[in-house]
Design a protein around this ligand. Structure first.
Ligand code: NI
Length: 201
């Protein structure tokens, strides 16, 4: 029921870290970029605790950022990425759409996303690109209604369940400086801190 997806057609031109990307902006023109992989900030980088700012205007720079975020997410084999995970504190998330299969990939891109209602409960395993090799079970709502804006600054709306609902909750949390480990029980949280921070040293 979402109203628009940003279509990203990506093709690799040889080099591992740079791709030519064509962004269909949805505005009737295409932008070509040399897409770059961005550095993903890893816990406990303090930038992950920043509350991201609303996007009031979509510029060429925003489109370039989005294209790079999608490329970075895919290269890292993530299911989603929030802009503050690459150190840019703005309210943009990119997600792999569940429906996508095959080589013509599309990503979901949402500006200023908000969960407006939620229902049910679901416990599922989560990971995060900001926590390499750490996975844990997290309780979330099973179904969410999310509103936001497309890159055309048109209303975006989706009601979804399961993996996609989980991904939206995880990524929107990022924009508010909340991390998936914050949802763990106190016991699991302290185990996480001991294990994870130790293994990072
Ligand atoms: Ni994450």
């Amino acid at each position: 029921m979402y109203s628009l997806e940003l279509r990203l057609s990506l093709s690799c031109y040889g080099s591992q870290s740079f791709f030519k990307g064509i962004v269909d902006s949805g505005l009737g023109f295409h932008l070509q970029y040399d897409m770059a992989l961005l550095e993903i900030r890893v816990y406990p980088d303090p930038v992950l605790r920043n509350v991201a700012e609303e996007i009031s205007e979509v510029t060429d720079e925003t489109l370039k950022l989005v294209a790079d975020m999608v490329e970075t997410m895919r290269s890292a084999r993530g299911a989603g990425l929030a802009a503050n995970q690459i150190g840019i504190p703005v309210r943009i998330i990119v997600l792999e759409s569940e429906a996508e299969k095959g080589p013509a990939k599309e990503a979901l891109v949402v500006c200023n996303p908000v969960v407006v209602s939620q229902e049910g409960e679901d416990v599922g395993e989560e990971g995060c690109l900001s926590f390499p090799k750490f996975y844990e079970f997290v309780k979330r709502s099973n179904k969410v209604h999310v509103k936001g804006e497309t890159l055309k600054k048109e209303p975006f709306e989706i009601i979804c369940e399961g993996h996609l609902a989980r991904a939206f909750q995880h990524e929107i949390d990022h924009l508010n400086g909340i991390l998936f480990v914050d949802h763990l029980s106190p016991v699991k949280k302290s185990l996480f801190k001991k294990k994870y921070l130790k293994s990072e040293k």
